[in-house]
Design a protein around this ligand. Structure first.
Ligand code: FAD
Length: 307
């Protein structure tokens, strides 16, 4: 075991993993974290905590992850390289470990022009691949980046990265995945998959390179709330592909929210059958109250207990 986290144990035992996502509050209101955490507790194996996603200022991912641990929920702390240089990154990893965090998702992060601090200076001292390598070096070598200085302590981290199986060209997304795997990624969580045929094409390329045997891949899903929300995501979320037939189905639905959940469940059931998919990452975008229903209808409950 690299970190001994619950999430790692689930995957290493060959069980189908389920992760959820929590967006920290745009302030220091702890009750928001508690409310969202309670909606996810017991329905997923671990909860990803986003790091100022869309470059919008929120409570820090480390602090929010720590609050989840206090609630008995295992976090996957997300960390972007947009806002930190390598000194801050390594320092934050020490701090996160000291607070009991064992899973980390390494990201470059959304560009600052998407968010509410457009004049912010992007750092990008490292990118997501170098961040994976940095975390692996700290864990496996017990040294800081550069390889010289020994770390005082034991770095136990289950290291992840993101992949986009929809963006063009698909081949580039496989190359980036291979780089993340070579850098030391233990697990991958993809952006939301709506075009299953395209995802199957990507997974075939992944299998052809044997990458599915080197890393645990969790396919991302996001339930649509309406045809308009699908059109919005298609237009504004980089690399998100949503087939027109899906948006039409949402437009025609008598109850679009119910239809969105039904589609999401269908997607989970199909993604689960694809060779090399080891889990589902449910990103509800502030719709945490639907996670229980989605996991129940998707046949993902009860979540297994592992020693
Ligand atoms: C599961 C998940 C969680 C996320 N959580 C957060 C978060 O907490 N905070 C946040 O700020 N963002 C988050 N994002 C957004 C993510 O950081 C951006 O979408 C990013 O552009 C891609 O992921 P990455 O960080 O791994 O980038 P990388 O794979 O490192 O990509 C780096 C750069 O290459 C560019 N790139 C990649 N593919 C292509 C291509 N085909 N053509 C041209 N350019 C390309 C990207 O736009 C990016 O600028 C998340 C994304 C996912 C999938």
């Amino acid at each position: 075991m690299k970190a001994g986290s619950h999430f790692e144990k689930i995957l290493e035992k060959g069980l189908f993993a389920v992760t959820g996502e929590l967006h920290p509050p745009k302030g220091n209101n702890v009750s928001v974290v508690k409310r969202k955490g309670e909606l996810l507790k017991g329905y997923v194996d671990a909860v990803n905590v986003t790091d100022n996603q869309t470059a919008t200022v929120r409570m820090s991912s480390i602090a929010t992850s720590s609050l989840l641990i206090q609630m008995g929920i295992e976090p996957v702390m997300q960390m972007t390289t947009r806002d930190r240089n390598r000194i801050a990154i390594q320092s934050d990893i020490f701090g996160a470990l000291a607070l009991g965090i064992r899973n980390m998702l390494c990201l470059t992060g959304d560009h600052q022009t998407f968010g509410n601090q457009v004049d912010a200076k992007n750092v990008y001292d490292l990118d997501s691949i170098q961040l994976v390598d940095c975390a692996r070096t700290m864990r496996n070598q017990g040294t800081l980046l550069g390889g010289e200085e020994k770390i005082d302590g034991d770095i136990k981290l289950f290291i992840g990265a993101a992949a986009n199986p929809s963006a063009d060209p698909l081949e580039l997304q496989v190359i980036r995945l291979a780089k993340k795997v070579n850098a030391g990624a233990d697990f991958i969580q993809t952006s939301c998959v709506h075009d299953i045929d395209r995802f199957k094409e990507w997974m075939k390329m992944v299998r052809d390179q044997g990458l599915h045997k080197k890393v645990h891949i969790l396919a991302g899903v996001t339930p649509l709330k309406s045809g308009d929300s699908g059109r919005y995501m298609k237009k504004n979320f980089p690399g998100v592909t949503i087939p027109d037939s899906l948006i039409e189905r949402m437009d025609k639905a008598r109850n679009p929210e119910e239809e969105g959940i039904k589609i999401c469940v269908e997607q989970i059931k199909e993604l689960r059958t694809i060779d090399g998919v080891h889990g589902i990452h449910i990103m509800t975008l502030e719709w945490e109250e639907k996670v229980r229903q989605i996991t129940e209808m998707g046949g993902l409950l009860p979540r297994p207990k592992v020693e």
